[in-house]
Design a protein around this ligand. Structure first.
Ligand SMILES: [Zn+2]
Length: 97
């Protein structure tokens, strides 16, 4: 007998996941599929893999093109009103690859 995870599949489809917009492509995705970049109350811009850090957040989907786009056009800077360091950009890129 096959044990297909039917029930959990249906449950996960029914559950309303919070949607967030990617800065790069402008599409909405479930929050979990995006990488959050946060401006902490201390004024630091960080990658937030837990999604739980305090502060203003911006989101990028798991697509290096979107990241490149967002960095190149300074979309993250605009969204967070803070500069993104080259280090963070490199860190993000590594995470998305
Ligand atoms: Zn995107």
């Amino acid at each position: 007998m096959l044990h297909l995870p039917k029930k959990s599949l249906i449950n996960s489809m029914e559950k309303k996941e919070p949607m967030r917009r990617c800065l790069g492509c402008g599409e909405s995705f479930p929050k979990k599929q995006l990488v959050r970049i946060v401006l902490t109350p201390e004024g630091e811009v960080k990658m937030d893999l837990s999604g739980r850090l305090n502060g203003r957040g911006a989101y990028i989907c798991r697509n290096t093109e979107c990241l490149d786009n967002a960095i190149k056009r300074k979309l993250v800077n605009k969204a967070l009103k803070a500069p993104v360091s080259d280090e963070l950009a490199a860190e993000l890129k590594k995470e998305l690859m």
